[in-house]
Design a protein around this ligand. Structure first.
Ligand code: FPP
Length: 223
């Protein structure tokens, strides 16, 4: 079994964690951000090259206004309080999703993250914002259409947000066993891991357990 290089995570359970601890929803998302930093460091120490996390889906706009605002503010807050730590760890930040249609302030924060980390190469942390797989695939099809080419398997996958990247490990916290429209073009042969732990409770040991279990899974890729 080869060592995993790419990991995708659906960081689910922030609101339930907040409720369980009698805290406001925004505190759950803030704690979720702390967890993300811990997992990024663990990923780097375990030679993972790319981590792709679902921070905001195309469906999340349907949440209450106050929560959408809290999540948008978290992007700016995250830059203020965490960007230096991310840089100190050599992490390059990239973003996927319909970033063009994000609020102006969030777009400014995103540009700052990209600019300030573009030269770093210990680990690539890709944050999915305003992302949905159906949007991703339609977007890829439109790019090819606009170029006047015929769609092929190769040019289609190349024009999706992650291109030809295959995800080795797909993790979802929070107890639900579903994919929620995340990275469908890239997870055809991923190993799936579901844990009951809510994202703010998920820790470095839990992540390392998954990496260990991956090593013993046999992947045949349809052969
Ligand atoms: C899912 O939990 C989590 C989200 C929709 C937001 C994820 C955001 C973070 C972990 C913080 C990191 C933020 C950035 C910008 C990198 P949920 O709210 O669906 O919780 P529930 O399943 O308990 O309802």
């Amino acid at each position: 079994m080869s060592h995993p290089k790419t990991v995708a995570i659906v960081m689910d359970g922030n609101r339930r964690w907040a409720k369980k601890n009698n805290l406001p929803t925004a505190s759950g998302h803030r704690k979720g951000m702390e967890t993300l930093i811990d997992i990024v460091k663990t990923a780097k120490n375990n030679s993972i090259k790319r981590l792709v996390v679902y921070a905001f889906s195309t469906e999340n706009w349907n949440r209450e206004n106050f929560e959408v605002n809290a999540l948008m503010n978290l992007i700016n807050f995250g830059v203020d309080v965490k960007l230096e730590e991310i840089k100190a760890n050599g992490v390059k930040l990239t973003f996927i999703g319909d970033i063009e249609n994000m609020p102006k302030k969030a777009k400014e924060a995103i540009s700052k993250c990209i600019d300030e980390t573009k030269g770093l190469n210990e680990l690539d942390l890709t944050i999915a914002l305003n992302y949905g797989s159906i949007w991703d695939m339609v977007n890829a099809a439109n790019i090819i259409n606009d170029s006047g080419q015929k769609i092929t398997q190769k040019n289609f996958i190349q024009n999706t947000q992650l291109g030809e990247l295959d995800i080795d490990i797909f993790i979802r916290t929070g107890g639900d066993m579903r994919l929620s429209n995340f990275l469908l073009p890239n997870i055809g042969y991923s190993e799936l891991f579901f844990t009951e732990k809510l994202w703010p409770e998920f820790n470095s040991e839990d992540f390392q357990e998954i990496l260990k279990e991956f090593e013993v899974r046999i992947r045949r890729f349809g052969k």
